[in-house]
Design a protein around this ligand. Structure first.
Ligand SMILES: *Cc1c(COP(=O)(O)O)cnc(C)c1O
Length: 420
């Protein structure tokens, strides 16, 4: 029955359908592993909701200043229970992941402090925040200086160099867990723990902060369980579960640090006490409930995609059988036409805007054209199936998301059919 649709509706060749079935057999054990992690994380979230006495009345929210917003308070309590932290902020007033990370950096750092990135150059959007790219209001403008320790050629942290670089003036160490859009491995929870141990052995007061974007619920532990003082992420990625409707963001960590961030987000004196949630709470709370499941669907899709393209002879990262710490899947095409065909295939498999054909175009801040595929219910949501790639050697596509495994699978089959 499925074969009939694959052939008649999607025009997929018989040999690709067969290869797809074989690939599914091949990755069975990996899917079982993902299911175990999902079940564990699902119970973690469910039991936290029960422990906090989440009730129907919490789903409605407040207007105006948003004083005494019980739903907002309880979702922050639930996040901090799940992530094993003292406190958390979960807000739709945070507009994106970049904003959540910027709130942390500006909330904690003061003039004269040193910010150290311990896992190479951070995500592109951080350039303007740090001041690597001239920008009004950057950390650099406020007198915060920046240092960076690159990853080693095997993508592991350079612990020796980190140890040498940290000193008593190092105020905050930024650790980016996910690869983002660079061809490197995501840092494992163990590696993050080891970086933190290294930093603290040199300066026990240095604050370790993790950019946890794309990482939530991929493993059974989060960075805050291996010593991170604070972490931040985006709600249109993993923890929003596909339901959070605006950029949204969370910050979770030590109470005092979260307080500093809250004062930056709203105002000194107001902190966490304000911020109306009118209409956004139900999706944020239900999305967090669904997140472990949705992340497992993304991971299965990524594993299938990786295994299928590996069998077609392409280099993929991570390879299908490797340990994962984020939801991103990279495939190297070494051919602009194949990269473009891949992104067009992803777009055509989307539930929304499937009839649109993405074209490479110039992007502000990029020196080369970029092609992007996304047909999402929530604009820019990368927990939904999406892919993009810069039009330059080695013509790598970065794919992530997929609310449902079956959707990623059909996208992979269409792409394999079109490219081969
Ligand atoms: C997505 C992402 C960000 C920025 O999040 P936005 O919501 O796009 O602003 C930062 N760091 C990493 C690793 C990311 O994946």
């Amino acid at each position: 029955m499925v074969r009939k649709i694959l052939k008649e509706v999607y025009g997929i060749k018989d040999e690709i359908i067969d290869l797809g079935s074989e690939t599914e057999q091949l990755v069975k054990d990996k899917f079982n592993e993902i299911d175990k992690i999902k079940e564990y994380n699902q119970l973690k979230v469910l039991s936290s909701m029960q422990k906090a006495h989440l009730a129907e009345r919490h789903l409605h929210g407040t207007t105006g200043y948003g004083y005494n917003d019980a739903g907002r308070d309880i979702i922050e309590e639930i996040y901090s229970d799940v992530f094993k932290t003292e406190d958390a902020i979960v807000r739709s007033q945070i507009v994106s992941g970049t904003h959540a990370i910027a709130v942390c950096l500006f909330g904690i750092l003061r003039p004269g402090d040193i910010l150290l990135s311990a896992a190479g150059k951070p995500y592109d959007t951080m350039d303007s925040v740090i001041g690597l790219k001239e920008s009004y209001g950057s950390l650099k403008e406020y007198g915060v200086s920046y240092q960076q320790v690159d990853l080693l050629t095997n993508d592991e942290p350079d612990y020796e160099k980190i140890y040498e670089t940290v000193n008593e003036k190092t105020k905050l160490v930024l650790i980016q867990r996910s690869r983002g859009y660079s061809y490197r491995k995501a840092l494992s929870i163990e590696s993050i723990g080891k970086i933190i141990e290294t930093v603290k052995s040199r300066n026990k007061n240095a604050i370790c902060m993790v950019d946890n974007c794309y990482g939530e619920f991929v493993c059974t532990k989060e960075p805050t369980e291996v010593g991170a003082d604070i972490m931040a992420g985006s709600l249109i990625k993993n923890p929003g579960g596909g339901l959070a409707l605006n950029g949204g963001g969370y910050i979770a960590g030590k109470e005092e640090l979260v307080k500093m961030c809250a004062n930056r987000l709203t105002s000194p004196g107001l902190g966490k006490h304000v911020g109306a949630t009118y209409g956004s709470l139900r999706n944020i709370i239900q999305g967090f409930f669904l997140a472990p499941h949705v992340v497992s669907e993304c991971l299965k899709g990524a594993v299938f995609m990786s295994a299928l393209f590996d069998r077609l002879g392409y280099e993929t990262s991570p390879s299908w059988d490797h340990e994962r710490s984020d939801i991103v899947q990279a495939i190297k095409f070494h051919d602009p036409d194949k990269l473009i065909a891949f992104c067009k295939a992803i777009q055509s498999a989307a539930p929304v805007d499937s009839f649109v054909s993405p074209e490479p175009s110039d992007m502000p801040g990029y020196s080369h054209k970029v092609i992007m595929a996304a047909g999402a219910f929530v604009q820019g949501a990368s927990i939904e199936l999406s892919a993009d790639g810069p039009l330059k050697e080695p013509y790598t596509a970065y794919m992530q998301g997929g609310l449902m495994y079956e959707n990623v699978k059909i996208a992979a089959l269409i792409a394999a059919s079109d490219i081969d």
